[in-house]
Design a protein around this ligand. Structure first.
Ligand code: HEM
Length: 359
């Protein structure tokens, strides 16, 4: 009896126990996926919200940025100064060189990087040109964005096409734009023509229109000044033929002392004392020559000793003439010729004397 009761109890309990354990076990198996699903759902929801919030934040940021800035110019639209000025940070760095705008954000400068970043958002043509040849610009053609509207330092020819713009490559010449039309004087500048890509000398690049215009007059002024420099020389050259009659200096240049035209000009009042002295010297020389000739004629009947004296006299005359010619600055060649002539005369005289004696 007891046994049956206990057994029944046990069975009952056992059954109950079994049932309760099964229930518990069953409940656990059923709840765990639900919990996981619930937790997963919560995470998903939170993640979605976060993603949405992030996307919204990014979207708003992008929108704010775009709304504050002008859109990046495409095609041939020139980049205004205001646009350039907005790209003035290290992370968004635009710089204008020679009338073209480049995105220098990713540029690694071989020199100090700070030198480049200091000019983000501005025109650094002048600063660049002060230390670099323009040919270095070719190394950043891939960073070209567009034409800088405010610059007068654009290179290029109006006849060039804009093909390089459309291809995205930096133009070696600036495309024809309204901005370029304003730069016609710059493009016509002599220093820039004939060397579209690489000017022979680095210009002290103008960073503004004013500076660019300042450069132009200097170029044109040099062109204008050149004739001015030549003018005095030309006028002098032109005046020389006309001035010979009236210019007191003309006789000197035209051989007033020893020249052919000196005699007539010397007759006119002349302030040039050298000319007068020259004629006086000529007169003295002529007189000496006549005296010498007279001596020679007088000595025709003299003996040889006396002839020797005549030779001495001749030598003295030669010395005298030499001195006078030196004073006047007469050519040495003239003196030599005269001496030769005199010697010939003497020889002839001697021959005549000998002939006479022989006779
Ligand atoms: C933004 C204005 C710039 C300034 C003020 C500037 C200044 C300088 C200076 C002072 C140096 C000499 C560094 C040294 O000797 O240690 C230098 C070097 C150099 N820079 Fe620039 N730079 C500028 C932009 C550029 C750009 C845009 C380029 C390329 C297109 C460039 C290319 C070079 C190169 C190749 C060197 C090394 C060779 C050399 O000294 O000529 N620079 N830069």
């Amino acid at each position: 009896m007891y046994g049956s009761y206990e057994d029944e109890y046990r069975n009952t309990e056992g059954r109950d126990l079994d049932v309760s354990v099964d229930r518990v076990l069953k409940d656990d198996d059923d709840d765990e996926p639900r919990k996981v699903r619930r937790i997963g759902g919560r995470f998903l929801a939170i993640g979605a919200v976060v993603i949405i919030l992030m996307a919204a934040t990014v979207g708003v940021a992008v929108w704010l940025r775009q709304s504050n800035q002008e859109t990046i110019p495409t095609g041939n639209a020139p980049i205004a100064l205001s646009t350039l000025n907005q790209r003035n940070t290290v992370d968004d760095c635009w710089i204008a060189f020679y009338g073209n705008v480049y995105d220098m954000t990713q540029y690694n400068h071989p020199g100090p990087q700070a030198l480049v970043t200091a000019y983000c958002g501005s025109d650094a043509t002048a600063e660049y040109a002060a230390v670099h040849p323009e040919v270095y610009m070719r190394t950043i053609e891939h960073l070209y964005i567009g034409v800088y509207a405010e610059s007068t330092s654009n290179r290029g020819d109006q006849n060039q096409t804009n093909a390089s713009d459309e291809s995205g490559a930096a133009p070696t010449v600036a495309p024809t734009t309204d901005a370029n039309e304003n730069q016609i004087p710059s493009n016509n500048a002599p220093a820039l023509t004939g060397s579209d890509n690489v000017p022979s000398e680095p210009s002290n690049g103008p960073s503004t229109n004013v500076e660019g215009n300042e450069n132009l007059p200097s170029i044109s002024s040099t062109v204008v000044e050149d004739p001015k420099v030549d003018v005095p020389a030309d006028t002098n050259d032109a005046e020389d033929p006309d001035d010979t009659e009236n210019d007191t200096n003309a006789p000197v240049n035209n051989g007033g002392i020893f020249g052919n035209g000196g005699a007539t000009q010397d007759e006119a009042p002349d302030n040039n004392s050298d000319t007068m002295n020259g004629d006086e010297m000529d007169d003295v020389k002529d007189n000496d020559r006549e005296e010498d000739e007279g001596d020679n004629n007088d000595d025709d009947d003299d003996d040889e000793d006396e002839g020797d004296d005549d030779e001495e006299d001749d030598e003295e005359d030669e010395d005298r003439e030499e001195r006078t010619s030196n004073v006047r600055g007469e050519d040495v060649d003239k003196n030599k010729n005269k001496k030769k002539n005199k010697k010939k005369d003497k020889e002839n005289d001697k021959k005549d004397k000998k002939k006479k004696k022989d006779d």
